[in-house]
Each structure stands twice: as structure tokens, then as C-alpha cells.
Design a protein. Sequence first.
Lengths: 327, 324, 339
Amino acid sequence: MIETRPKPLVRTSDLSKHYPVGRSPFQRRIVHAVEQISLDIFPGETLGIVGESGCGKSTLGRCLVRLTEITSGSLEFEGRDITKASQRQLRPIRRQMQMVFQDPAASLNPRRRVGDLLADPFRVHEKLSRSEMADRVEDLLVRVELLPEHAQRFPHEFSGGQRQRIGIARALALRPRLIVADEPVSALDVSIQAQIINLLADLRDEFNLTYVFIAHDLSVVRQFSSRVAVMYMGSIVETGPVDAVFSAPRHHYTIALRSAVPVPDVDNRPAQRIILKGDLPSPLDPPSGCRFHTRCVAATSMCRHERPVLSLVDKNHFVACHHPRAG
Amino acid sequence: MLTALLSRLGQMVLVMFGISVVAFLIFFATPGADPSARIAGRNASQETLVQVRHDFGLDRPLPVQYALMMERLFISRDLTSFVNRGQKVVPTVLEAIPITLSLVLGAAVLWVLGGLIVGVVAGATRGTWLDRTLMILSLIGVSIPVFWLGEVANLVTQSRWHDSWLFSWVPPLGYIPFTEDPWGWFKALVIPWFTLATLYIGLYGRVLRASIIETMQEDFIRTARAKGIGERRVLMHHGLRTSLVAFVTMFGLDFGALVGGGALLTEVVFGLQGVGKLTYGALQTLDLPMILATVIYASFFVVMANFIVDVAFVFIDPRVRDAH
Amino acid sequence: MPTDKPLLVVENLCVSFRTEGGVVPAVSGVSFSLERREIIGVVGESGSGKSQTLLAILGLISSPNAVVTGSVRFLGQELLGLRRRALDAVRGRQIGMIFQDPMTALTPVHTIGDQIIEQIRAHERVSRTAARKRAVDLLDAVGLPSPDSAVDRYPHQLSGGMRQRAVIAMALSCNPALLIADEPTTALDVTVQAQILELIGRLRDEFGSAVILVTHDLGVVAEVADRVLVMYAGRVVEEGGKGQLFREPLHPYAWGLFGSIPPMHGPRPARLTAIPGSPPKLSQMPQGCAFGPRCAFRHDACAAQPSLGGAGGHRSACFLPQDRRQELRRTLAAGAVPA
């Protein structure tokens, strides 16, 4: 039987992003923020990207929507190579891919009314009359569970959760196919966080959206994603269906990460918590071989010398480890 | 660290070179500013002009002219004034330096101490009558023009009450070299010092106060208080140390600018033949070699002061140390 | 001094701020007590008054517009209104404090060693060398690698987790009977958080300290606390032992909190039982129960201010009948919310 898989919406192969740090050319060093990531993102799925600060998950997100230049490798959107596309060439594609940020306040001009902010995408991409524009803005506000009269207010008059709703409305304005959400709920209180997750899930069903959901909170990613990729120091170390990766992680980093999450439950406590030793190594001076070997319980000399590549361990479940835990 | 220092020194030389080129171009190569006409004097004949041009090398290409000028400024040091024939420029500037330095150094001591006291006291007593009084006084200090203050000081100490016991010690206007008579040097400068420092005490006091008030809102101040170490120590050891950045930056810039001739008004009012007054005189008579010399001298001090500020930061703030 | 009296008794603590729009209450009538070696978790969202409560206990609210009333007795001594000198004899010596953001909690221009030494020497007559030795030992005890060199490091030279260890070492430096921690792991990554939580749990065993741990994360509380206070809009709405509160929470706000957290085990719910609306602004506090406007079970009684009540050390501030609470909670989880 031939399995007919849908064409990926986004495909990256060996996508890398390096950027220099240091002031003078003599002291300049290269940070490998994202290293050779090959990913397929299929229409309608939600890919969660988890990892700790500095693992490159946000940089990857920005690469996916071409908010930053890509150093090497390639990026395809709907089958078109947009790795080197100019801003002009990107313009029609931008409608299809939008981003939601962690701190919506920082991306909303404080001097403009919310209605004007939300009308911006229409001004750039569509020729609409004033009243059509107002209608569309009103629709958007209602869709993200705000009130039409909120269009007259300024961003600072809203609470954090409401501002994030505005950020989502703006991303949604042009009916994109892909939304990259970078830590969209991590600045919010727990009760508000749940509202936003529910909203994002509703929108996914309603508009048939594809999400890339970047977060450091594992429980949020588990709740919201269908597939998950775990990043460590610029690379994907494990990827697969959410239930597989979370209930039977294979990579020792995922295992430690998974067990470190404090669970608000006094009865179902994890039997034994794995506490990682030490800190993340400096990204300026990454360890040789497997990046994780300095903190890994299963590291051998092979891990110090040879870089593991992602390989299939189970259905759709890939692990980059020389000694993955038995499934 | 050493490489950082060396590269900084290299930058300094480069900046000074740039300034000297710009100054040279402005005064010697601007259309209409024909130096030979100035040297030859009014109504000079065409032959004299040609002669002068040749003598001063002004008929050579610009880069050569520049090189010649620098050679005469730094190596042979025999560049002479266009206005007072025979007056060598470099020794004249060198003579003026100690006067300006004496004036600015003394004033700097006063304004640093005064600024620290005003800033810390006002910052610590924020919102009280003491704070308000100090801020009003600083505002007055900032607002008083230095020449007016200087003239008033002169009026009081040189004429009105000069014969009273209070000010009979004040020597006549002018400079007394430290090497000749240290006590006289001090007496001659103490009033100019206070006059020049008044503005800066006000300015620095206000800036430091603002900076301290901001720092005292920081998390680490709360940590320090939670340690139970007493408010005075919290203020001085944690608050003030971290607030000094703006203070030191300003000090470097102001000190450099003043030594470079910015103390002109004070120098004029108190009859001190310093660099400021020299520059002022040279500009009035368009004495190009003198202008060039004083501009380069001034740029040296401004650049130098910036360098010292950078070095000071390394000691004040360890984060800067590691950024290099 | 062996005593069976509680270590800390907070009674009717109120914090309010004078603003242009009138007096705004941040903490209203918070009361609780803490035994020796007990770890109490204070949970709440932003604006719940949990941090202000901590700061008020230590006299660290520096705003001239703040009004703090009530009583905070530590080992029988009233801390509120204490003169600075007397307060400083307690702060840092008997009560240590750990702050949320280790990036900003340490003075950037002094080495961590100097900052620890400063605290030791403020409270004990020891030489600099002896204090330094103790600083190194403390850094070692909190798991800072190579403490001998770390002691001479500046805060910015350490990672977030290492800095938080340094802050904890400093808080512990005079062997305090009580440690107050304000969101100590919020700014940290989850694997580092696990390290720090393990350390805080160990402190009680090794240093014998009681701990007040303020956090927004119920998972963190489940990890380390013995007893839990849930705060909402400046008041304690529920108090109980960890087991009681996590198994059978009594207050609808607590139900909402638990429902808002995506589970890490078992089936994933289609939707999270989020709490609608947002917490009240302190300047526009609703009449009666502050949670009323967001509560699915609001009824006429809620127009009055409920007080903490209940049996067996598990108390809540809610007018719903005690015996029906768990049943009501299940209807909420099932999504069948009464109109």
C-alpha cells in the first residue's frame, strides 16, 4: 500500500542560522543558534518546539517566517524555495505566514488605537474602503473574544491577556495558513494562559491553521501540539508525536526535561526525578560530538567524538542519540 | 585587556589625526580664507603674496601643506603666529596650559566633592525640605551665567570690600605660577575655582540625585536591605557605587572640554592667560597657526579625557571589564 | 530556644497604597502562622498580593505611600513598626530572603563573595578571612561548582541558576530560622528550577530553616510545600495542608487554577477549564467576594465578603455549602457550568 502523505506546508533542509558576537573583528565569534535543522510541517498540524532558553527555538521560529536571514540550508513554503527571497518577493507570501510574540505590548505601537493597528495588514495587502476595513476589524476583535468598541482604545488600556488577543487578531487578519507563535502564553497568568490556549485551539479548528508553537513550558506544549520537537543547543534532539515523546521519551535530555517539570499533583508524583548536573555549556564554545554529552548520564566516548543524527526509532519518532533509551 | 587598551590608544591617535585634518582644511583650504593674504598684510602687492606663498609652502599641494604644517607644529615646533610675527605658537600654548590646568583641576575637585555631597544628600532625603532646598540651590547654580558670577565676585572682592578684613587677602587679578609662590597661586585661583565650579556642582548634584533615586528602586537595593546592613551602607556601598556611571561620563567630557579651552569666560573675567583666552584671541585675529595649535591641543584633551573615562569604567563596573 | 510557639504569626496584615485615585488595597487581612521547619507555599497570580505580603513581613515596602497595618510576630517579637536598627538585627540574620530574578537581585559592582561577607559581618563579629571562609563553604553547600574561585566572581559572570544559588547562599549565611523566597525559580529554566527546588527542600533538613515560598506555579508548591495558602485579589481564599488542598480544593478559584494547568499525565482535555475574565484591578475591587465576577457559582450571598472557614486546618473563604463542594467542582471540570 502506498501511503499518500500530504505535501508539507513548510520544509526546511539543513537550515542553519549563525550570527556573530563581539565588538571588534578580532574578537568576533560565531554563535551557531540553529544548526542544520530539517523539518517538514504539514498542513493542519501543530508542531510544538520546546527547549530551554538559548536552545535556538525562537531563532528557528523567526527563520521559518523569514524574519531573519538564513545562513545556510533551505526553506520552502508551499513548495516554493524562499530561502533567499527578497522582501519584495516575500510580500505575497507574508500574508500566508504570521507570527505571534511573547510580549504583545512590545509589538504594538502604544500611540495608535487598536483599530488602526488591526487595520494595518489590510492597508498593506488589500484595497478596502473605510467601512469595509472597520467591519473586518470588528470581526477580528469579536473573533478573539474582545468587544467591537475596543477598537477605539490604546494598547496600554488592555490587560496582558487582552493584548495577546490583539496580537493574535493581527496575525489572523489576512487569514494566514501558518502561524508561528513564540512563547505566546508564557508572560501570562495561569488562568489567562488557559484562555489563550483555548482560543488558539478554537482558531485552529475554525480556520484550519497550521501552528508552530514555541514554548518552554512542557505541559502547555503537550496540551496544544500534535507533534513536538525538542531542541538543545541549536539542534533538534528528539521529535515525534506528542504522546510518544512525552510518555516514552528516548533522548536523555528529553527524559531529564520531562522529569524536571513540577506537577501540581500530590498523588501521581514521578517516582524519581532526574536532576541534570551543571549548566548549559556556552554556545560560543559548544561541546564536541553530541552537544549533550557533558550532562548526559549515558555518554560514552563515542558521544564525545561523533555527532548523532536524527534517526527513526518508532513511527514518526526520531531521536538524535547514540544510546537512546529503549522504547 | 592589553589589546583592548592598545586598540583604544590607536583609536585615539586616529581621532586626533582626523581632527587635525579637518581643522587644517577648514582654516587653510576654505575658499576665501587665503592664508597668504593674511600673512602679507593689507594691500600687499602681488609679488609679496607670491613670495609669502612660497615661503610658507602655500603653493604646494594640500597634503604636502598639511604635512609641512604638522612638521612645524610637532617636530621643529617653530611655527610662528601670522599676527604677532616671531611669536612661536607651540611655546605660547605650552605657557598657557598650566594656567588652564590649574584653574580646571581646582574647580574639578570642588565640583566633584560638591556634586557628590549634593547628589547623595538630596537623593537620600528625597522629598524632604532638605532635598528641595538643595535642588533649588543647584538650579540657581546651573542658571547663573559664569561671567556674571565672576564679575560679581570681582566686584565684591576686588573693589567693594577689598579693603575690609574679609577680602584683603585677595590678590589682584591674574595668575601666579605655583612654582613661584604656591600660597599666592592658591589665593589667586580660589575665587575663580568656586566661580567655575558653581555651575557644575549644581549640574552634577542634580544628575547624581536622579541617578541615585533610580538605582534605589532596583532589586539589588531591596536585597541589600533584606540583608539587614543599615541604610547608610545600602546607600553608599550599593546605591552610590552603581550610580556613578553618568557622573563619571559627564566628568570626563566636561573636564576635557574645559581644559581644551571651554573655561574661556572664567579666564577672561579673572584675567587668566589660559588656553581659552588664547584661542579666543587667535580666532578674533584669525591667527591660523595659533588656531590650529589650540584646536589640536584641545582635541588631545577631549580624546584623552574620554579615554580616562573608559578606563575608569573598568574599575567602577566589572561588567564593562568583561565586555572587552 | 526551644518553644512550642509558632515561629511566625501574621495577623490581619493589610497593605495599601495611597494613589491619586484614592487608597488602593494590595493586601487585605492576611493571617497565617508558620511552625519551625515548616515549608508553606503561597500561590497566586499577579496582583494577588502575595509578593507584597512577603515584603511587608520584612519591612521592605519602601514606597512612602504605602500603609502597612496588622501584626507580624516573629519569635514573639513584633516586626511591624520596628525601628530600622532593631529590624536590621532580624533581617538577614534570622530571616533570609530570596528574590525572584537572580539577574537583578545582586549588586552588579561587587563580587558575590563580598556581598555574602558583608551580610555575615553585619551580624556577627568575625574577621574578614573567617567570613570569606564561610562564604566559600556556603557556596559549596548550595552546589556552586568550584566555590573557591566563584567567591571572587561578579554576578554577571554566573549563569542564572548559579546566581540564584549565590543568592540562596547569601540568604543562608547567618543560619536564619526563616527563609522567605519570592518566586525563586520563575526566572529559571525548568531543569535549573528542578535543581533549585531540590536545594530548597534540602535546606530544611540541613539548615533547619522554615520557608515561605511564594509562587504562581502550583507544580512548584506540590514539589516542596507542607502547607499552602491560595491568594486572590489581596486575600487568602484557601488554606490547607498540601495533600488536602491538592486532592480536594475547596475554593472555586483553586478549581479554576487546577483546571487551567494542562496535565502532564493521562488524556489531554479538549479544552482547558479556564477561568473567564481577568483578576480585578486593585483600584476597582468588586463588592463582596472579589472572585465573584469570574465565578461560575456566584449567588446572592457572594455580595458579602466571605471569611476563611472550615475544619481540620483546611479552610476557604467561600459561601458555597461545604458538603457539596466536590460535587460542584466536578460539574465545573465536566464543563456543565450552571448558568
